[in-house]
Write a protein that binds this ligand. Structure first.
Ligand SMILES: NC(=O)c1ccc[n+]([C@@H]2O[C@H](COP(=O)([O-])OP(=O)(O)OC[C@H]3O[C@@H](n4cnc5c(N)ncnc54)[C@H](O)[C@@H]3O)[C@@H](O)[C@H]2O)c1
Length: 405
């Protein structure tokens, strides 16, 4: 029997053929892995193969692949509706079915029954508990989170999440595999809701939502300031529309349940949209009307919203993650840059700006609007008290070489 310890993953099963599942299967096949794609019915498998063919054609058009290569990519993907067939002789099964814990637990348990004993079972969940899924198998030490970003064929980031029972061998195998796939893995050391990227992102969304609901700035003013003033790829409302208002709504509620008042969501803003099925780009309307073009943001509003407040809540949340030993500053920064295209990571930004300034921004906001979102993390306070205010003093989130003149 093969041991997970020296496991080199060669054959993979992907369970679920939705938006993410087919893209993940394609990503494996493009790097030479044999993939069994598993779904409940033939129709969804056929549709998935059509989507993969469409995507491969785009790679050819852009000159990244030739016709012969696309044929060999396709030849590496087998499709099946049978767990027995799909999980035979695999080294890794990755589930990417709908974001429902009970469903994922059932899928984990079915994989556990059918897959070889050495195989790792991973989940692509965005928010749910890896540990609970792992506990529905008899090999929880071989279960792990492997969270891809959309579109999986192109995005460079993978969050690797350690469940309570995940072994070091399993983690290492998935971190190594991610690198072989040409991705940059970041390690989420604990099974904490929101993992790394969603947690920081929702903090920034909530700040924008509160600002708008207090009547301090309009949606256009906030988004124009974020995009043109802050150099982010999109404004926060624009980005919520892009990922789906319903997705943000669900994730923000999960974060609130898990982390408490710091994540109190502004449901008055998102709930009416979700109820009216105005889900953003995918439904044509959300905060913006996406019918004609992507949102047009007036350049003249680019200084109307204080983007430093976005950075302050992001850096504050990063401090909580460091304090709770969920993630290292390097992982947080890489995650935000590679996963969402931020111009800088929140830790490196805060170190450059000065942690004392970030702390002051939070304290000022907290004195004006006493909501937990602005309450500074004790780690930030401690760093500033010790004089560790960032790059200038040689120590902040990171350590810097001191340059003496
Ligand atoms: N969409 C994103 O941007 C994104 C990004 C990262 C991770 N994820 C995660 O990836 C997973 C899949 O998301 P998606 O966007 O591809 O969803 P999707 O709705 O496009 O696809 C869901 C898939 O689950 C399958 N499914 C549903 N019920 C099932 C059942 N009872 N048995 C077997 N299969 C079943 C569906 O047939 C479909 O193939 C989720 O956990 C999601 O949180 C999504």
């Amino acid at each position: 029997m093969r041991e997970t310890k020296d496991l080199e993953i060669q054959r993979v099963a992907v369970v679920g053929t939705g938006l993410m599942g087919h893209g993940i299967a394609q990503s494996f096949a493009m790097k030479g892995y044999d993939v069994n794609l598993l779904s409940r019915n033939r129709d969804s498998l056929n549709k998935a193969i059509q989507e993969i063919e469409w995507s491969l054609a785009k790679f050819v058009k852009k000159g990244f692949l030739n016709k012969h290569e696309t044929e060999s990519v396709l030849s590496r993907i087998s499709t099946t509706t049978s767990y027995e067939e799909g999980l035979e002789e695999i080294d890794l099964a990755l589930e990417s079915v709908s974001e429902k814990l009970e469903l994922k637990k059932q899928v984990f348990s079915k994989i556990d029954e059918a897959a070889p004993a050495h195989a790792i079972i991973a989940t692509n969940t965005s928010t749910l508990s890896i540990t609970e899924m792992g506990n529905s198998t008899r090999r929880s030490e071989k279960t792990v989170g492997m969270h891809w970003f959309i579109p999986p064929q192109l995005t460079k980031l993978i969050e690797v999440i350690r469940g309570d029972s995940t072994s070091n061998e399993t983690l290492k195998a998935i971190l190594d595999l991610s690198k072989k796939l040409g991705k940059t893995p970041i390690l989420c050391k604990k099974d904490a809701r929101g993992f790394i990227v969603s947690r920081i992102l929702v903090a920034a969304f909530n700040e924008a939502f509160w600002t708008f609901s207090r009547g301090e700035a309009s949606i256009l003013e906030i988004d124009s300031s974020v995009r043109y003033g802050g150099g982010f790829p999109m404004g926060w409302f624009e980005l919520v529309d892009f990922v789906g208002v319903d997705v943000e709504y669900d994730v923000s509620k999960i974060l609130f349940e898990a982390h408490g008042d710091r994540y109190r969501p502004v449901l008055e803003l998102t709930e009416p949209l979700v109820k009216a099925k105005k889900l953003g780009r995918k439904s044509g309307v959300g905060f913006y009307d996406w019918g004609k073009s992507k949102p047009v943001l007036p350049l003249e509003y680019k200084s109307s919203y204080d983007v430093e407040r976005s950075w302050a809540v992001a850096a504050n949340e990063a401090a909580f993650m460091v304090l709770e030993e969920v993630a290292e500053p390097e992982s947080i920064d890489l995650g935000m840059k590679l996963g969402t295209g931020w111009p800088s990571g929140p830790c490196e930004y805060a170190d450059k700006k000065g942690l004392d300034k970030i702390l002051h921004k939070l304290e000022h906001a907290y004195s004006q609007y006493p909501i937990e979102l602005y309450k500074p993390c004790s780690l930030l306070e401690e760093y500033v008290k010790k004089g560790w205010t960032g790059k200038e003093t040689g120590k902040g989130f990171y350590k810097y070489e001191q340059v003496f003149s």
